[in-house]
Structures are given as C-alpha cells and as structure tokens.
Design a protein around this ligand. Structure first.
Ligand code: ATP
Ligand code: MG
Length: 324
C-alpha cells in the first residue's frame, strides 16, 4: 500500500461566536492516497465546507482549528506559517469553489490570471504560460481555447466559467484538489460532463480529489470512497459502492432515501425527519439519535467506532444489517 498523501487526525475546527462555540468540525479523521477520489457528503450545515477550508488553511475568524493534525505529504499543515501555507496553496493543493467568481478576478483576462497563477510559483515565460493555459482550457472542454485567453470572466457562460476555474485549479499540477460543490449551480448535462472530465484528469495526472457534495448520486459515479458527515463528525465511511448499496448508519440510509431516484414513481420524496442539531449544544451521545428511527436509551452514550473487513467504518449503536 502506498503512503497516504493526506492524513487527517482528530481535526477540530470551532467557531467561537457570541452565542457559544459551534463545533463545525469535531474530531474528523481520514486518509487519502495519491490519485484517490474521496466524496464528502452530508446534509447542509454538517461541516463539509469547513472541513475543506480547514485543509487549505482558509478558515476565517471566528473559526479556528483548535485541535488535530492535517498531515500532507509528511508535513503537518496545522500551525504552518501563513506564507508557507500560501506557497502550498495553488501549487500543491488547489481548491474549486461552488461559485467560480470566488476564484476568478473580473478585471483580468483569463489569460492574464492563468499566467499569474503559473508565474506565482515558478519562472515561466509569458509565451509558455499562454501555451500551458490554452492546453489546460482545452482539456476541460473549452473550444478554441487559445483565442479565448483574451476574454474576461463575464464573457463566458456559467458552465464555461466553472470550467475555467477548474482549469486554474489544475494549472500547476497539484497533488490534491478540494472541490466544494463545483457543479451544483450548473445544469445536469454540463454537470455530468465536468464530472467525467474531473475523474479522467485525476486518473491521468494522479491528482487526489476531495469532492464535497450533498448529492450522493454524483458522488457514487465519481468517488472511490465516501465520508458521510453529520454534525461535524464522520459517522460512516468506506468504499463508495458498498456504503451506498448497504449503508450501516441510519443517517446514510436517510440521505439515500431522500435521493429523487430512490423514490417510487408517484411517491413523494422522503426527507430525514427533524432538523440538524445545533452545533452549539450537541447531545453527549449519538448526535443523530433525536432523529433516528432505531434510537433507544443506549444512544445517550457516544457510539464506539466500528470497523469492518471491507474498510467500512461507522459510529452507531444499532447499525443496519450488513449486506449478505
Ligand atoms: N462564519 C461562521 N460563523 C459561525 N458558525 C459558522 C460559520 N461558518 C460555518 N459555521 C458553522 O459551521 C457549520 C458547518 O458549516 P459548513 O459550511 O461546513 O456546512 P456544509 O456541510 O458545507 O453545508 P452546505 O451543504 O449548506 O454547504 C454551520 O452549520 C455553522 O454552524
Ligand atoms: Mg458547504
């Protein structure tokens, strides 16, 4: 087995607000091999984005990493001086956001900003930068890329803009890309196309990918492994096929049941009953217990982690049956 590229151990990112401490990420551990694609799923507010921002060192106050480690290529990123983190970001670790406006500068042409991104980390001539930029735009499916380098972001459609943002992320050949719902705002056919491209690019270049999404269908077609997040914790993880075919955690089951494709024709879409708990005052036991159909008195105590032979891990006192 190859050494992991990324090893996250007991990561805790808390928001110190006036109302109290919101434990947005509270004891998250996972590892990622080079070239591996990891899906990170969960309901809104479960801590997916805060996990992603923690990895790239972009948690804004009042948020703070208060514990744990993020070991990337043998180095702990927690507590790394900001200038060293900046040097890693964009070169060895890149991020794609849901909104490409977060990445793209409206007053520079695409060619100018791609050249800047390349030249920030190495000496590259303008001409070579333009060639690399055009080649990368072509790879993410932008037609006549060379002639589009002189366009500004607003001259691209939403889908094309997101492709440009993805090309920017890929530009320096990063070892890790954190993608936070990058296709959610796009229409379904473009989504599928971008997913296929991202997967091919990750496979070709050996780039590891963390794909954050609330959409299990997307993740099932893309990822090797999946992490299921609830109230700041990973409540189930494992190979994507096994986890989604036969979830052990009732929360994962609930997420699957709320997928449109899972509903019987003519049936209403089911939602997980109840609402996500306040991260300011989590119960001492299983955080999902108040909403869980299987919960009983045992769930007032923290569920111990259980590991199975297929690499599956889950936190539940009363798991669903394993697949036969
Ligand atoms: N700036 C902030 N101030 C206070 N609390 C915050 C802040 N940002 C995030 N949080 C807390 O962190 C929790 C997790 O937020 P996060 O954005 O990671 O959720 P998410 O899983 O990405 O949800 P979504 O699917 O809606 O994007 C929030 O529910 C909130 O309690
Ligand atoms: Mg989010």
């Amino acid at each position: 087995m190859t050494a992991p590229l990324l090893e996250v151990t007991d990561l805790r990112t808390h928001f110190l607000t006036r109302a109290g401490v919101a434990k947005a990420v509270d004891g998250v551990s996972f590892s990622l091999a080079p070239g591996e694609i990891l899906g990170l799923v969960g309901e809104s507010g479960s801590g997916k984005s805060v996990t992603g921002f923690s990895l790239i060192g972009l948690v804004d106050p009042p948020g703070r990493i208060v514990g744990g480690s993020i070991c990337f290529a043998g180095r702990d990123l927690v507590g790394l001086p900001p200038e060293e983190m900046r040097a890693l970001r964009g070169r060895r670790i890149a991020m794609v956001f849901q909104d490409p406006q977060a990445t793209l500068n409206p007053v520079l042409t695409i060619g100018q900003q791609m050249a800047l991104a390349l030249q920030a980390h190495a000496w590259v001539s303008d001409r070579a930068a333009a060639e690399r930029a055009a080649a990368m735009l072509t790879r993410v499916g932008i037609p006549e890329a060379a002639s589009r380098l002189s366009n500004y972001p607003h001259e691209f459609s939403g889908g094309m803009r997101q492709r440009v943002a993805i090309a920017m992320a890929l530009l320096n050949g990063p070892e890790l890309i954190v993608a936070d719902e990058p296709t959610t705002a796009l229409d379904v056919s473009i989504q599928a196309q971008i997913l296929a491209e991202m997967k091919a690019l990750a496979r070709e270049s050996g780039t590891a990918l963390i794909w954050i999404s609330h959409d299990l269908a997307t993740v099932s077609s893309l990822a090797d492994r999946v992490l299921v997040m609830y109230a700041g914790r990973i409540v189930e993880s494992g190979p994507v096929g096994e986890v989604l075919r036969a979830p052990r955690h009732p929360y994962t089951r609930g997420l699957l049941d709320s997928l449109p494709a899972m509903a019987e024709p003519g049936q209403r879409l089911r939602q997980i009953p109840g609402t996500a708990p306040s991260l300011l005052a989590l119960p001492p036991g299983c955080p999902f217990a108040p909403r869980c159909p299987r919960a009983d008195a045992a769930c007032a105590a923290p569920p111990p982690p259980r590991v199975e032979s297929d690499g599956r891990l889950f936190l539940c006192h009363h798991p669903l049956e394993a697949a036969a």
